[in-house]
Design a protein around this ligand. Sequence first.
Ligand SMILES: Cc1cc2nc3c(=O)[nH]c(=O)nc-3n(C[C@H](O)[C@H](O)[C@H](O)COP(=O)(O)OP(=O)(O)OC[C@H]3O[C@@H](n4cnc5c(N)ncnc54)[C@H](O)[C@@H]3O)c2cc1C
Length: 496
Amino acid sequence: MTFASELQAIYYYASPVQRDSTFLKKIAQNAGRINTVAEEFLTQNIRRAEPTAAAVCAIFSIIFGRNDGVIKTSSDTNWSQNCSLSGQCSIKPCTTMEVAVALKIITLLDCKFSVWSSGHNLSSQFFGVGSEATVSIGTGSTWNKVYHELENYGLTVVGERGAGVGVGDLMLGGGISHFTNAWRLVAINVKSFEVVLANSQVVTASARTNQDLFKALKGGGANFGIVTRCELFAKPKYKQWHTVKSYSVNDVKAVMEAAAQVERNMITDEKAGFSLTATSNALIATMYYQDWSSATPAAFSPFENVKPLAKIIPETNGAEESSVIAETQGSIAKCAVCTVTVKTDAAFYAKTLGFIQEVSRIQPEIQLTQSFQPISPLMIAKSNALSSDLLNLQAVSQAFVIVSTRWTDPGYDKIGLEMAVTVVNKITKAARADGKLLENNFMNDSNLNRSPLGNYEDQRVGLMKEASAKYDPEGIFQRLQNNVFLISKMEQAEVL
Ligand SMILES: Cc1cc2nc3c(=O)[nH]c(=O)nc-3n(C[C@H](O)[C@H](O)[C@H](O)COP(=O)(O)OP(=O)(O)OC[C@H]3O[C@@H](n4cnc5c(N)ncnc54)[C@H](O)[C@@H]3O)c2cc1C
């Protein structure tokens, strides 16, 4: 079989809906050129990244005649510059079939690759409202665009809280939203995934079809294929009330007591969403509530006894799109993130402020923050009842603590990462000593050096390994993909 005919074969195992005869014709018309490039490359027996990527780009360009297949010396812009590795070739497929063709070229040439959604990980634009209250979203889109479209219909979906963040990877790590308390993790709200497998076959994974893949994708990360589309359950409650207020660190005890009480209130009031962010000199409470409200919802009343320094966002009746835009900081130059999970406890939360104050002094020019993202036992019990994600959280009141550092000077790249990891190590040590540690690291905010998969139960890792062996028997995603949260590399993760 020639290289060109191997590419053409993709057409025949695509479903009738996905079949695209245009690319078939283009391959037929250019078969000679495609085979020449492939043969020239393969006979040289070169296995370095640069010429391999050049050959991938050349063949993609021949077929699709677009500039996005040309060699680039740097990657597209990532949210954090220190996460950008120079790419030798950047391909921007517009349809599922283009993803399938690109992946076939990559695997035939044995080329290292990364999937890039929106580059918001720190370590399509096709869109339609379906029936049965589901929404079909191409993973090339960003969440705020999705919210914008849906709000025209009085709908929303359970998604990310940052403007510009891509639909791609968030749900593969579970995904927390403003209203995870009511609607559970983002992954649980996925009705089906469309996935391009390593052999370029396009499959649907849902509760009815390829159930094992469906389950593995919900928290299993980028181990099984490229997700090109997902169908999410739509929510009719798109209105929301929100506010963001800052408090003095001198009031840390009162603020943390209020935060812990809000977390307890969330157990009985599923409409409440909350997070508490600490820097070395301010504490910032972010409060969300489903539906509009003329007064502060009772769930947040514990904060009425603490005087804020400022209202960063005043009490606002809005919707998801406006709130994610208001809340999102622009891209900053460089950022590192690391996470740990602890049980809800006001005194323990207050203790952790000392850690960021101490570590901030190592390099005061690096901004250091930690954010408590509460996960209530109410939401965990509802999720576990469905048994439909891999996270298997323990049903106790807890917070994912997300520690992040930001800086601009490239000279701080090493210390920037180390400071985030140092704070997490201190919190981990103290939480273990105080009986507050929970052994689950949230994948979406995990660090290169701590694979969250290390905390997955054996049974869930087994499920992932089985899905990987079944859907990617040659281990293409494990071998050729640059990704730290791969099942094949989970034992290699080191804690700094
Ligand atoms: C400003 C900001 C706000 C955030 N808010 C939230 C939040 O509210 N809730 C939350 O849970 N997390 C949040 N995160 C974390 C975020 O979800 C993760 O960083 C996530 O990995 C970013 O997804 P991405 O699509 O941009 O992935 P990228 O950075 O583009 O890619 C990361 C990895 O995902 C894989 N990947 C990407 N797309 C696909 C795909 N379509 N199919 C298969 N694999 C793919 C790639 O292989 C790559 O290894 C936020 C991060 C930032 C920077």
